[in-house]
Design a protein around this ligand. Structure first.
Ligand SMILES: [Fe+2]
Length: 244
């Protein structure tokens, strides 16, 4: 069972960004994933037409897809474009989502964005998550935009997701198992642990950030990429694919 993860498309009305998305989706097509998740920043400018363009492309994959907003997304335009597909309550800001992937896994998307901010905050959606993780459902793969763990890349932790300790508590106290947490936002693939579980970050579709660590800089950027989470023996094996 394959869950493909895309992140940070940053569609902006230009053909360049959509061309990068098309290259990633072209690679993905033969894999026919059971679900596609997009961990935020679908569009950066020209939001209405950008969401339409991304929607058409995701729909054409034939796979069920789920996404959460990122800090450069526009909630109102997302609701307008995707509202028929997701049952987002009209009286709340958060565009959370969840869905079964077969009968052995589910994806749970947390909208941790903060209006007007580039950082994230998980506290406002923890109640929703606690309810979601106490339904007796199959193991959950949680995804969100901003990273809840310090990534250590120079300058990139100022806008991480706040409330990591509270999120850990909800995951630890939940009835339903959480197999992993994955995110986007920093435009680089990463692997670590969070709340005692595997935690990953997906490479971006748009231009990657360079891997600046401890003041050192490789001065070379990376091509677009994606993660393929393969559910094997009740655990996720996550593959990084860079597409040039
Ligand atoms: Fe981004």
């Amino acid at each position: 069972m394959i869950v493909a993860q895309l992140s940070d498309i940053h569609a902006d009305g230009s053909s360049d960004r959509l061309d990068r998305l098309d290259r990633v989706l072209r690679w993905l097509r033969p894999m026919r994933p059971e679900a596609i998740i997009v961990s935020g920043d679908l569009a950066e400018y020209d939001h209405r037409s950008s969401y339409q363009a991304v929607h058409e492309r995701l729909e054409a994959t034939g796979s069920p897809f789920y996404f959460v907003p990122g800090n450069v997304d526009e909630h109102d335009d997302m609701r307008r474009e995707f509202g028929d597909r997701f049952n987002w309550p009209g009286d709340q800001r958060a565009l959370n989502c969840s869905g079964r992937v077969g009968d052995r896994l589910r994806v749970v998307g947390l909208d941790v964005t903060v209006a007007g901010g580039h950082h994230g905050d998980v506290e406002p959606v923890l109640g929703w998550l606690a309810t979601e993780l106490n339904t007796g459902g199959p193991p959950a793969l949680i995804f969100q935009h901003q990273h809840p763990f310090r990534c250590g890349i120079d300058g990139k932790d100022a806008n991480m997701c706040r409330g990591g300790e509270a999120l850990t508590r909800v995951i630890d106290e939940a009835h339903d198992p959480v197999v992993a947490l994955t995110c986007g936002h920093v435009h680089r693939p990463m692997f670590t642990r969070f709340a005692g579980r595997p935690a990953t970050m997906c490479p971006s579709v748009t231009r990657a950030n360079r891997l600046r660590l401890d003041g050192k800089d490789p001065e070379i950027s990376d091509p677009p990429g994606l993660l393929l989470h393969h559910f094997v023996d009740d655990r996720l094996v996550s593959h990084v694919v860079m597409v040039d």
